[in-house]
Every structure is written in C-alpha cells, then in structure tokens.
Design a binder for this molecule. Structure first.
Ligand SMILES: Nc1ncnc2c1ncn2[C@@H]1O[C@H](COP(=O)(O)OP(=O)(O)OP(=O)(O)O)[C@@H](O)[C@H]1O
Ligand SMILES: [Mg+2]
Length: 352
C-alpha cells in the first residue's frame, strides 16, 4: 500500500451492532475492509439505550467491541468518521421572514432556544436553508433546518475514539451519511424518501433536490418484527429472528406474513403521513423510496412497500459505486443495506 494512500473509516454504532467500513482511494473509491460486531458479544444488552427520548450509549462496551473489531479485521486507518444516531439528534424546521444572507445566523440564534428542548449551552447547533432565497427581495419566507446534537453525546464518542486509538475527523447525524451513500447525482432533481429501518428505530427522511427537508424517527423497527413472531408463536427471540429472516414478507407462508404485517403497516402509515404533509404544504410528491438498515433486508419488503405506497421502492446498495473484489459480492449482497450509514460516513473523507 502506498505510504500516503488515503483511507478513512466510517463507524456506525447501532443499537444491535457496530458497523465499520474502511474505504481507500485508488483509481476510484475501494473497499479495503469492513467489520460488524453484534451487541450479543456481551451477552444480553444493547450498545445504546433510550430513556424518555434521550440516548445513552455504553462507552465501555462500545470501546471494547471496537477494539476487537479493529484488531480482528486488521483495520489500518485511524481516520474515523462517526455517525450520531438520529435519536441523539434534534431536527426541527421553521420559517423566517425574508431577510438577507447576513441576517440569517442571528435570526437562527434567536429562534433556537424556542425550538430545541435542551439549553443551548449543552448542544452543538448546525443549520441549513432548505427553502426560499435571501435574494428574492421579500417574496418568500425562508425555511431553516436546525440540527442540534448534545455535547455530552459528542464527548462520549470522542472518549471512545481516544480509548481505541482513533482520530475523530468528524461526527455527523446518520441521515447525512444516508444521503451521501444513496442520493446519486441523477437523483438530485428528484424528491426521494430515505427510510432506514434498524433494530430499535426507523427514520424517515425526505430529500428534495439533494437537500434534507424532513427527518423523523420513531420506535417501530426490526426488534418489533422479531417480537411479533416470538409473541404470536410463543418462541424465543433467536427462533423468531430465524423465522423473520427466512420468511419476511413473502407469501411462502401466508400465516407468517400476517403476524408481521401490522408492524410494517405502522411504518407505511408514517411514510404516508409524511408524504401527505409534503403534498399539503408544498404540493410536492415523492418520486422514489430507498429503504436501508438491517430491517430493510426483510425478504419481500421492498415489493410490499412499493405495492402499498404505489411508488418505486429500492433496497439500498451503498457499495454500488465502490470497488471491491468480486469474491465478496455474495457476502456483501447479504449485508449491504445494513452498512449504508457506515459507508456514507467513510465517503465523507473523499468529499462525496
Ligand atoms: N435478512 C434479514 N431479514 C430481516 N431482518 C434482518 C435481516 N438482517 C438483519 N435484519 C434485522 O435488522 C435489524 C438490525 O438492523 P441495523 O443493523 O440497521 O440496526 P441498528 O443500527 O443496530 O439499530 P438502530 O438503527 O435501531 O439503532 C435487526 O432487527 C435484524 O433482525
Ligand atoms: Mg442503525
């Protein structure tokens, strides 16, 4: 490997597993390594817990797990980008009256305390103009997307990195990693809905012309699908997980499909609410949905969503534009959608 070859790590600490992707620049961007470690490694227990809507991550477990992963997989790069779970990120949008570009930061600062449920001294703020133009002389209000991350969460990730000997180049809300990995150049003129279905939570994001408009998380995800099987069939979690992965939403066993359907319908309803609102407010319609996360790998899932929502639905393939040895293709196909956030984070190193 050339001495100065650039390689970066994308690290996604999820509830049920940690995913690490190492990307390297050669002719194009190539996968040099990847690793995943399930929280089961520590017996029962997750890498994150949520109480009263607040996220708490297990610093010790995550550091230990990461150290094992880096060593076992032989990961070389120390340059890391960490994703911050949407649960630890507050997103809000609000309108400002028309004003000049210079006036916006002050106005955002004034609005922020009323929009963020934590004291400003405890959060890092970021914002983007997502609608309207400061230069159109008062014709339209300006819509702002405000993002706040608790400093506490950022400190925890910094500590973890320090413990395992990584350098944090940046931390970023998961949704921006999803966008980087999935919204292609040709999609920039379209309105896309990115739905990430994890273990504990699902996040629905609307991206219009490459800009995030809406990000909404809620607690129905893979864990609930498994629980539906274990409750209904009176089996343990492990067996329920196997059945979920085997049958998913296919018609192979209609009885099985009925068990999981209400949970999927709950996600579909949320997507419908968001698409309806988008139409009511802005007369805009979604052109395509991309589902990602481990939960999206449910067999027959994309087809089911597509039929119900009457929209094209794709399963995320974050490795589509990345070079990797052909021998890996079967393995990657089985796990790729779960690696979307990790890939999107690592891609940040290449200004993607
Ligand atoms: N082939 C599959 N079919 C169905 N579900 C699957 C499959 N593979 C993984 N899953 C499910 O994906 C979920 C884990 O997804 P993911 O790794 O995206 O979650 P996470 O990032 O750990 O959690 P969260 O994002 O909620 O914090 C689990 O519920 C797991 O059962
Ligand atoms: Mg996740």
């Amino acid at each position: 490997m050339p001495l100065f070859s650039k390689s970066f790590l994308g690290i996604d600490v999820g509830t049920s597993s940690i995913k690490v992707v190492e990307l390297q620049k050669s002719k194009g961007i190539a996968l040099s390594n990847y690793a995943v470690l399930s929280a089961d490694y520590f017996g029962e227990g997750d890498f994150q817990t949520r109480e009263k809507g607040m996220l708490s991550i297990s610093e010790d477990n995550i550091s230990e797990a990461l150290a094992v992963m880096l060593k076992e997989a032989g990961i070389k790069s120390k340059q890391a980008f960490f994703s911050i779970p949407d649960y630890a990120t507050f997103f809000t949008t609000f309108d400002l009256p028309s004003m000049s570009t210079e006036e916006i930061p002050e106005a955002v600062k004034y609005e922020a305390p009323r929009r963020i449920p934590l004291p400003l001294s405890e959060v890092i703020l970021d914002w983007q103009l997502i609608k309207g133009s400061p230069s159109d002389e008062g014709r339209t209000p300006l819509r702002i997307l405000l993002v706040a991350v608790p400093k506490e969460v950022i400190n925890q990730y910094q500590n973890i990195a320090l413990t395992v000997g990584l350098k944090v180049i940046a931390l970023e809300a998961e949704v921006f990693a999803l966008m980087r990995a999935l919204v292609k150049y040709q999609d920039k003129s379209n309105i896309i809905c990115l739905v990430d279905i994890g273990e504990r939570s699902t996040t629905i994001n609307v991206v219009a012309q490459g800009i995030l408009k809406v990000s909404h998380s809620f607690d129905v995800a893979g864990e609930d699908f498994t629980k539906a099987f274990s409750d209904s069939l009176q089996i343990d979690k492990r067996k329920a997980e196997t059945i979920k992965r085997m049958y998913g939403l296919t018609d192979k066993n209609p009885g099985i499909k009925e068990i999981i359907k209400p949970k999927i319908e709950a996600i579909i309803k949320k997507i419908q609410n968001i698409t309806d609102e988008l139409y009511l407010e802005d007369k805009e319609r979604i052109g395509k949905i991309i589902i990602s996360g481990g939960g999206a790998m449910l067999t027959g899932g994309a087809d089911y969503f597509s039929k119900k929502l009457d929209l094209p639905v794709e399963l995320a393939d974050p490795f589509l534009d990345i070079f990797y040895p052909p021998t890996l293709s079967e393995t990657l196909k089985k796990i790729s959608s779960g690696f979307t956030i990790a890939v999107g984070m690592a891609l940040r190193g290449f200004n993607k």
